[in-house]
Write a protein that binds this ligand. Structure first.
Ligand SMILES: C[S@@+](CC[C@H](N)C(=O)[O-])C[C@H]1O[C@@H](n2cnc3c(N)ncnc32)[C@H](O)[C@@H]1O
Length: 286
């Protein structure tokens, strides 16, 4: 017998109601049905609309993947960030709302005309692409150690018509990434989750998101910040700015580390939830 929108809604409720609340379930159904061409209005107004056998099988398979805690974003293949669609797959971290706050902070604080910007650890390219779109004349270079992540980031730049240069490099080892005093802004959301934090993490992050993007050793949680700030002290022009997303547990330590490297105006910023989430600093403030 032909399956309908109502059947897939019922199946979603049957197999997912222990995992998601009513609102989340409705959202999931909207997003999955959008991928096979049904708008929200159609889902609400036409529950008897028929699904092809192929679409029904595909949707059933996707619901099953959700029961195994796979993030919806990997299943549908996209995430919305700064009002743009970004392709995501298991090679890249799913862009987070707090990272959009970092992007807004950079765009608000950027005063240099046609600034040269480096995004370190670009992943899906969400920061680099957003800044290239938001800031007039920005020349953005995005760096990642993962070729697979860079392939996704390139796709996202193209998809959103953003001009970004991509470079594959290991920030911890490469000493020649940018010329001295050549950059106006360095921005980074580097790996910052410690092995201790790992115990609190949910399966959908631990089992699916790339560990290369997430984890740092307990013994050196500020590893990336030390390296990025030390390198930025070389790369930034006088008055150039450094912006990083941080682990909420290490706000004061990250500020201290950056101050010890002789940056000026080091500031800690809270995110929407009131957690210490970003640090900004100026190199040789006038
Ligand atoms: C927390 S994710 C951030 C991704 C993206 N910028 C975002 O905000 O959603 C960190 C990124 O750093 C990259 N990465 C990890 N180690 C690196 C290294 N040694 N050099 C350069 N990039 C690295 C990972 O591949 C990952 O894409």
């Amino acid at each position: 017998m032909d399956k309908t929108i109502a059947d897939i809604q019922a199946e979603a409720r049957r197999i997912l109601s222990g995992l998601y609340n009513q609102r989340e379930l409705q959202q999931i159904v909207f997003e999955l049905l959008a991928c096979v061409g049904f708008s929200r209005v159609q889902v609400i107004a036409c529950p008897d609309a028929k699904l092809s056998e192929t679409d029904y099988q595909r949707l059933s398979g996707q619901l099953k993947r959700l029961t195994e805690s796979e993030p919806l974003q990997y299943i549908v293949g996209t995430e919305r960030f700064m009002d743009m669609d970004f392709c995501v797959c298991r090679d890249v971290l799913i862009p987070r709302p707090e990272t959009a706050e970092l992007v807004r902070l950079v765009a608000d604080r950027c005063t240099a005309p046609s600034p040269r910007i480096a995004d370190i650890g670009t992943g899906s390219g969400c920061i680099a692409v957003s800044l290239a779109k938001l800031i007039d004349g920005a020349q953005v270079t995005a760096v990642d150690v993962s070729e697979a992540a860079l392939a996704v980031a390139r796709q996202n730049a193209e998809r959103n018509s953003a001009q970004v240069e991509f470079v594959c490099a290991d920030i911890l080892a490469d000493n020649q990434l940018f010329a001295p005093q050549s950059l106006d802004i360095v921005v980074s959301n580097p790996p910052y989750v410690t092995e201790t934090d790992k115990q609190q993490m949910s399966r959908n992050v631990l089992d699916y998101e790339p560990h290369l993007a997430l984890f740092v050793p307990d013994a050196d949680p500020l590893l990336f910040y030390r390296r990025i700030a030390t390198q930025s002290a070389q790369w930034l022009k006088s008055g150039g700015q450094l912006f990083c997303e941080i682990n909420e547990r290490f706000g004061r330590e990250t500020v201290q580390l950056i101050e010890n490297l002789q940056f000026d105006n080091v500031e800690l910023h809270r995110d929407f939830y009131g957690k210490d989430r970003m640090v900004s600093a100026v190199w040789n403030a006038k």
